[in-house]
Design a protein around this ligand. Structure first.
Ligand SMILES: [Zn+2]
Length: 249
């Protein structure tokens, strides 16, 4: 048995048998890992109030050569982000961020930057007055960059032009980029229409440092279009529903 430690965000908690819990966390040093918390259901003392969704923990866990499941040994609560569990809108948003990390990452594939962006986004949701949908958009765009699935928003994939007058743009998840109405005049049925303003805003999110993202103003239309694009992109690339999207108001 080998003891390791890491900072971790709780992504998912499930009951396991009468007394244990299975906890999936995204860690700074080891990426996504699944742990068994022995006695967490029965004896409240050891992990009391620690294994709550979204919590930032310092964990000690034991790996074993005989089992793929690792045992959670100790958890120290660094930030419980309580407000995220008290407000429905924030709960749904935080659940979405965690579900995205759950589906977009592989076990034991660590990425320090993704861990830090996740903590940044959870902290941002806790700030009074920070727009929830914008935090989701910022996090999602940055996460796609980090995991290597940046949508190509530089111009139409066929003619390479962006912003020609009278031309409509749509996003094709299949081709991972934009197509214009001149190159694809008939492809409007399953189209994801995008205004030039939304395309440019999303490009700026891709390029800007996260500390400066608050300077960007997203109109209601831009927010709606960006959310719709990200949702479709998830569905196409993950080939599954990300459940939290359906709870988002
Ligand atoms: Zn074109």
């Amino acid at each position: 048995m080998h003891l390791q430690q890491s900072l971790a965000i709780v992504l998912q908690v499930k009951d396991h048998g009468d007394s244990d819990k299975i906890v999936t966390v995204y860690t700074l040093e080891h990426g996504k890992i699944v742990l068994i918390a022995k006695g967490a259901k029965r004896s409240k003392k050891r992990f009391v109030n620690k294994l709550e969704l979204f919590s930032l923990l310092a964990i000690h866990f034991a790996t074993s050569r005989h089992s793929s499941l690792m045992r959670l040994d100790q958890a120290e609560l660094l930030n419980p982000f309580p407000v995220l569990r008290e407000n429905y809108e924030l709960y749904v948003a935080a659940s979405l961020l965690c579900e995205l990390v759950l589906h977009w990452t592989k076990e034991h594939d660590s990425d320090e930057e993704l861990f830090r962006v996740l903590v940044w986004a959870l902290e941002r949701l806790c700030l009074a007055g920070a727009a929830v949908n914008r935090t989701i958009i910022f996090f999602h765009v940055k996460m796609l960059d980090i995991v290597g699935y940046r949508p190509d928003l530089t111009g139409c994939l066929d003619c390479h032009v962006l912003g020609a007058s009278g031309v409509l743009y749509r996003f094709s998840p299949l081709r991972n980029g934009l197509l214009c109405s001149r190159c694809e005049p008939n492809a409007t049925v399953s189209a994801q229409p995008l205004s030039i303003q939304t395309i440019q805003l999303l490009r700026r999110v891709q390029e800007m440092d996260q500390s400066k993202l608050d300077r960007l103003h997203f109109s209601l239309t831009a927010t709606r279009e960006a959310i719709a694009l990200l949702k479709r992109y998830d569905h196409h690339l993950l080939q599954r529903e990300v459940q939290s999207w359906s709870f988002l108001g």
